[in-house]
Write a new protein. Structure first.
Lengths: 99, 488
């Protein structure tokens, strides 16, 4: 199923995963992930065309609760671990370019 | 010999008789950590002042004849991926190095309600990803039986803390064997409950459909007691199952004679090439113990065993890539000092904050879930997962518990596998299927290798058959003295 894993593909995946990787890491992961992907080819021995996927083992689905207000974390506690806040909000770098 | 050499059940009896106080036990525990942990390095942080204060309050309540919880006064350690209010919770990762949770995990609430005394947080493979505790960003934990060998992982700190008798009890989490394998490598009892038995609320997620919290203890009955305390429904975890919690600590001791007809299954796929000879011999001797106790040994097959590791690493990595997307340098955790724009802030923060194994699994999962590969990898793995579960359903028609090794070898040497991820993954062969199938499993000591390292026996049972599992383990323990062996 798999094409050969190239450094270019690894670079693209790193971008999708929002991981800044060094050149050394890119080389290492290209080799190591290639080995793991080679290994998981093993699953292709099995014909699973008639098998339902199993996302979950617990025999429960659609756990609902009443839509009512419940206590939640106070703002101070919710902000307490943030790298940057203004006391009220999480602060992030500017997102939209100036128009 | 330290007072902590005895079982938790016995310690509670002594506390209730007034032979010892919680303050004394807590001091012994903290002193043992000071004395031994410079070498073993099981703890990432301790909670000394609060623990002593809590112990004192429990002693006073007990003395005044007021009601106390089931674990009242017992020191306990918690793997550092479970949130503890006001107490740093790092997942052994740089990205959470300074994270102080604003709330308690469900299991931590239950421990506090049971009056357990939390003495510290233990080391793990970063985000519970690993099989040796070498992937911690902060320190390597060493095996109390031989400091040159690994403790296993990922709950290596919790296993070592009990093995070295720094605490009588601890909590770990098990996603692919992370409680059972280190318990086996350290010669203690470790148990992964049925998926859904214990709330995952406040357990920092690695692979949500596989993660489950469970106990470490010196012996089976003490593990049963801790399981009893942490089990139960929690509506903050939608996969937590709403069914009554048996009194495991009582039923584990009840009517041993009734297990005479116990059927112990062994899978022929578990005794193949790659299995260490001493491990194989110890497991076969364990089966003889069961035979001598009147159990029937049933040989059967788990035909999809050889696909478990590939299935697991695809599913676990996929779930991890999704779960760990929350670490973005905005709400909590590390934010890079230098970046060009928002996307670059995410990437730089994550690139700096995560270690190599975490990055590998996020990359593998992102790849397996990405457009064009989803069907071939992730969906395929979910289908094989069902086949693996069916194997177990069929097996438990024919036996009550399945016995196997916990790992192909006793504890390997530090550094032996850490640079070969695939070889490290392959060492999880005996434990991983239980997580895919969601069934309970337990590890206990069943021998020592010629170089003095513990050998673990794994027992597995059908979903929610924890009582049977614990009783079968207790039956073995009663007939042997392996649980009394200590690291020198």
């Amino acid at each position: 199923m798999a094409e050969l894993l190239t450094k270019e593909i690894v670079k693209k995946v790193a971008h999708l995963a929002r991981l800044k990787l060094s050149d050394t890491e890119l080389d290492l992961f290209t080799t190591q992930l290639g080995q793991v992907l080679g290994y998981v080819e093993l699953l292709n021995e099995l014909d699973t065309s008639a098998v339902e996927p199993m996302a979950h083992v617990a025999d429960i689905a659609n756990v609902f609760r009443d839509d009512e207000v419940r206590p939640s974390l106070p703002r101070v506690a919710a902000l307490s671990n943030a790298p940057k806040t203004d006391g009220k909000y999480f602060v992030v770098p500017q997102i939209l370019e100036e128009g | 010999m330290s007072v902590l050499s005895t079982s938790s059940i016995e310690l509670i009896a002594r506390l209730n008789r007034g032979d010892v106080t919680s303050v004394e036990l807590t001091e012994v525990s903290l002193d043992a950590i000071t004395a031994q942990d410079a070498n073993i390095r099981a703890f990432l942080s301790t909670n000394a002042d609060a623990a002593i204060a809590q112990a004192k309050a429990i002693d006073e309540r007990r003395k005044a004849g007021q009601p106390v919880g089931k674990l009242a006064g017992l020191p306990i350690a918690i793997k550092d991926n479970m949130c503890t209010l006001g107490l740093k919770t790092t997942c052994a990762s740089r990205i959470l190095e300074n994270f102080v949770p604003p709330y308690d995990a469900g299991v931590v609430e239950k421990l506090k309600a049971a009056d357990a005394v939390i003495v510290g947080k233990t080391n793990l493979d970063e985000f519970a990803m690993g099989s040796s505790t070498e992937n911690s960003a902060f320190q390597v934990t060493r095996n109390p039986w031989n400091l040159e060998h690994t403790v296993g992982g990922s709950s290596g700190g919790s296993a070592a803390a009990v093995a070295a008798r720094m605490v009588p009890l601890s909590l770990g989490s098990d996603t692919g064997g992370s409680i059972r394998q280190p318990a086996g490598f350290c010669g203690v009892v470790g148990m992964k409950p049925t998926y859904g038995r214990v709330s995952r609320y406040g357990l920092i997620a690695y692979a949500s459909s596989l993660d489950q919290i469970g106990p470490f203890a010196t012996d089976v009955a003490s593990a049963a007691l801790l399981l009893e305390v942490i089990s139960g429904h929690d509506d903050r975890d939608s996969t937590s199952v709403d069914r009554p919690v048996p009194e495991y600590s009582q039923t584990v001791e009840s009517a041993p004679g009734r297990l005479t007809g116990l059927r112990v299954g062994i899978a022929r796929e578990h005794f193949v090439e790659g299995l260490d000879r001493e491990v194989e011999a110890a497991i076969k001797q364990s089966l003889d113990v069961y035979r001598s106790l009147g159990a029937e040994i049933v040989e059967l097959s788990l035909p999809h065993s050889k696909y478990a590791i590939a299935t697991y690493y695809l599913i676990a990595a996929s779930e991890a890539s999704s779960n760990l997307a929350r670490f973005d340098g905005v709400h909590y955790g590390h934010r890079a000092a230098k970046f060009d724009n928002l996307i670059d802030m995410y990437s730089a923060s994550r690139g700096e904050g995560f270690g190599a194994e975490v990055k590998r699994r996020i990359m593998l999962g992102t790849y397996a879930l990405s457009a064009g590969y989803y069907d071939a990898y992730y969906l395929k793995a979910l289908k094989v997962r069902r086949l693996i579960r069916r194997d177990f359903d069929a097996a438990f028609e024919r036996c009550d518990v399945l016995a196997s090794p916990i790992a192909p070898t006793p504890a390997f040497r530090l550094g032996e596998l850490v640079n070969d991820p695939l070889a490290m993954y392959l060492s999880d062969i005996y434990t991983i299927s239980a997580n895919l199938a969601g069934i309970p499993g337990l590890s206990l000591c069943c021998g020592l290798s010629s170089n003095g390292l513990p050998i673990g026996l794994q027992l597995l049972a059908a979903p929610f058959e924890e009582e049977k599992l614990l009783r079968a383990a207790r039956m073995f323990e009663r007939a042997t003295d392996w649980h009394t062996k200590r690291p020198i």
